[in-house]
Write a protein that binds this ligand. Structure first.
Ligand SMILES: N[C@@H](CCC[C@H](N)C(=O)O)C(=O)O
Length: 276
């Protein structure tokens, strides 16, 4: 069977987007892994499935799958690409769109300059899926690894993140520490591992080793989690410009239960059909 797809990217985090608004599309783990494979498939960090919904006041539903086939709760760069997709494909003429995800509803706005702003909702600091004993907000936790102990902040943006401070992201041991943090026993659902270098109180460099996809050029929820943890720790102030390997994201957060706002690019790269 041939499957029509659109390849997109947001700050270099790349996606295969499937339009399932006309008819349902069911893909197995193996089919998603094949599509995501950069040698034998299309290649992507995540696959996004755009669907309709009957929920009042909600325009679409969209589902997110990592390159390893696992379905996840949230994806910041994917949310921006989702908006560009439904607008560019003529699936809506709205510029402010409400979408249902596995971790709640989001409001997304397509700006006149083509950038997309996403209201990512409020962060959580003791997320249920991260069983730290302490309840304190934005506390830094010691995490013992194979040959080292690192200090991380645990932040949920709907999906789980462990953010650590590093002196220099370019030399940080992302490939070594990322997989150890991702599958650490203290994170039964696994976790996205962020490596943050503070440049000044409004600017950071960030690399993220993503759960289920490995290191990506950018991670939207990772950028939100890093900015939030830095603001909570008192080293950053909103807004925070996040420099990733694939582009710049701007994160604003007024603290406590206020929503995290993320702004950044989203573009279509090409379209095609793949045999699955
Ligand atoms: N790239 C994404 C996050 C995708 C999901 C993540 N790998 C997870 O497993 O939670 C983003 O832009 O937020």
């Amino acid at each position: 069977m041939k499957l029509r797809f659109t390849k997109m990217q947001g700050a270099g985090n790349d996606f295969v987007v499937i339009d399932a608004t006309q008819a349902p599309v069911h893909l197995s783990h193996t089919q998603i892994q094949h599509i995501a494979n950069r040698y034998f498939g299309v290649g992507c960090d995540q696959l996004l499935m755009v669907e309709t919904t009957d929920t009042p006041g909600i325009d679409f539903r969209y589902r997110i799958f990592n390159a390893d086939g696992s379905e996840v709760e949230q994806c910041g760069n994917g949310a921006r690409c989702f908006v560009r997709f439904v607008v560019d494909k003529g699936l809506t003429d709205k510029r402010e769109i409400r979408v249902e995800t596995a971790s709640g509803n989001l409001t997304l706005t397509l700006q006149d300059d083509g950038q997309v702003t996403v209201n990512m909702g409020a962060p959580r600091f003791a997320p249920a899926q991260i069983p730290f004993e302490a309840e304190a907000e934005a506390t830094a936790y010691e995490l013992p690894l194979e040959d080292d102990t690192v200090t991380i902040s645990a932040v949920s943006m709907g999906n789980p993140h462990a953010v650590m401070l590093v002196d220099n992201v370019h030399t940080a041991e992302v490939a070594l520490l990322g997989p150890q943090i991702e599958s650490h026993p203290r994170f039964p659902q696994r976790v996205n591992a962020g490596f943050m270098q503070v440049l000044n109180e409004h600017e950071i460099n960030l690399r993220v080793y993503e759960r289920g996809s490995g290191e990506t050029l950018a991670c939207g929820t990772g950028a939100c989690a890093a900015a939030v943890s830095g603001i909570q720790l008192g080293t950053l102030q909103s807004p925070v410009k996040v420099h990733t390997r694939g582009g710049i994201l701007t994160i604003s957060w007024n603290g406590s239960n206020s929503p995290v706002m993320m702004t950044g690019p989203a573009d279509i790269v090409f379209e095609g059909d793949i045999e699955i």
